[in-house]
Design a protein around this ligand. Structure first.
Ligand code: SF4
Length: 458
């Protein structure tokens, strides 16, 4: 762990997970298999009160490659692959609902990818109908979909609204033409502006824009211009993710010339400027890379201490069991994480043999659950109340976390958090270091030296 002298030192050097789960997915083991998942579903069915459900469907197809991409996707123009894939997803849904036995309300549905809108409206409608006939959706369920602006128009948005989607997440990345060319993703501002207007007119409740910081040819000036344009459209939420250049792991990134990437110091300056610009425009910093308007329910939940975090990022939903369908999708049922096969063929082969396509996972022990609780408190509230952790897990916080408590002292001395006998609370600069501070409580990082495999924080 670094000694946190200067903020820029830490941002420049540190690496770490994003903690959409603890343990992070790269800790999952192949010892976890179909049987483990079925046991978790069985245990769930025996519980007196049914935990609500959150559903995720991974739709991996994309028409063209974006060079920065690190997602699990299949780039193809052969749309004939879709029906076979959908058949496998439908079969997987059938197998899971059979094992699930009792119905529980679905509070959240998210379609991610890849490019979910690679599917035709008819195919998406079939998928929604399949999900609706297999699960019980709560009346106010959040239904969100990731949208590649290049693949939709007003008519398609209208079709999505008719299918019940009430939230859109647009992959914008950057409005700068030079950057768009360098990453092979051309989408003019006017296109995004038109879609935003249409989404509002159609009554979508929440509009999110995703951006990436650290792409080729980006600078403070270009980012400022992108933000100026963005603020005209005033999305309810914004996420600004840091680009991690790992060409040895992600082949498409080899098309990006390293000399076109902004330096670490420029990235830090860009991030600082982005936060200041968005806050001056009235957005609240939710945590990590996320911002929301004060009226957005994420910002309200943060103010009320009711923010949660799951594989889709920040959410207002209390803990729900997550069922993930499709290639590489992750599920979490009770204390069990499972991940599906990450390769399309292996996924389809398993499902075609009526096997749940589980490739790996993790069953959390009590220590995992304790650390998960502490890390999520930091990620969501920036605050850990020792007494409430002690009451929930029957531990003496400072004794149990003696090493961690000592490690936090240096962050406290540097002004990134306030550490007392009763609690730890992040300061404004501490929110920049969220990942680093959360890493103090990650037992797995102390067990091995795989830090170099993580994406850089910046
Ligand atoms: S960024 Fe999105 S659209 Fe581009 S290749 Fe990756 S998954 Fe496909």
């Amino acid at each position: 762990m670094n000694t946190p002298n200067a903020l820029s030192d830490i941002l420049a050097q540190a690496t770490g997970p994003r903690y959409t789960s603890y343990p992070s997915a790269d800790r999952f083991s192949e010892a976890v298999c179909e049987r483990t998942f079925l046991d978790a579903l069985h245990d769930r069915s025996l519980a007196p009160a049914q935990t609500p459900l959150s559903l995720y469907v991974h739709l991996p197809f994309c028409k063209s490659i974006c060079y920065y991409c690190a997602c699990n996707k299949v780039v193809t123009r052969n749309t004939d692959l879709v029906p076979e894939y959908m058949e496998a997803v439908f079969r997987e849904i059938d197998m899971v609902t059979k094992a699930l036995r009792s119905p529980a309300p679905v509070l959240q549905l998210h379609l991610g990818g890849g490019t979910p809108t690679y599917l035709t409206d008819g195919q998406l409608e079939l998928l929604v109908l399949k999900l609706e006939s297999s699960f019980v959706f709560g009346a106010k369920a959040e239904r969100s979909i990731e949208v590649d602006p290049r693949t939709v128009d007003k008519e398609r948005l209208s079709a999505l609204r008719t299918m019940g989607f009430n939230r859109l997440s647009l992959g914008v990345q950057d409005f700068n033409l030079e950057t768009q060319k360098a990453v092979n993703r051309l989408q003019p501002f006017e296109q995004v502006a038109h879609l935003s207007e249409s989404a509002r007119a159609l009554g979508f409740e929440s509009l999110n824009f995703d951006f990436i910081l650290g792409l080729p040819h980006q600078s403070r000036a270009s980012l400022q211009e992108t933000l100026r344009k963005t603020l005209k459209l005033r999305p309810d939420r914004l996420a600004i993710y840091n680009y991690a250049h790992l060409p040895e792991r992600f082949k498409p990134q080899r098309r990006i010339l390293i000399e076109t990437l902004p330096s670490v110091s420029e990235k830090i300056a860009m991030q600082t400027m982005a936060i200041e610009t968005l806050q001056a425009a009235g957005y609240e910093h939710i945590g990590m890379d996320h911002f929301a308007l004060p009226t957005d329910e994420l910002a309200v939940a943060k103010r009320q201490g009711l923010l949660h975090r799951n594989f889709q990022g920040y959410t207002t939903l209390p803990d729900a069991d997550l069922l993930g369908f499709g290639v590489s999708a992750i599920s979490r049922v009770g204390a069990t994480f499972t991940q599906n096969e990450r390769d399309l063929e292996s996924y389809q082969d398993a499902v075609n043999m009526w096997l749940l396509p589980i490739a790996r996972g993790h069953v959390c022990g009590l220590e995992d659950l304790l650390r998960q609780h502490v890390i999520m408190a930091l990620m969501c509230q920036g605050f850990i109340d020792f007494q409430s952790v002690e009451a929930a897990f029957l531990i003496d916080f400072k004794k149990h976390f003696a090493r961690e408590y000592a490690a936090l002292q240096s962050y406290a001395s540097a002004g990134h958090l306030v550490l007392t006998e009763e609690s730890v609370e992040l300061t404004e600069t501490g929110w920049f270091l969220l990942r680093n501070i959360a890493m103090v409580f990650d037992a797995y990082l102390h067990q091995c030296r795989l830090l170099s495999n993580y994406s850089r924080v910046l």
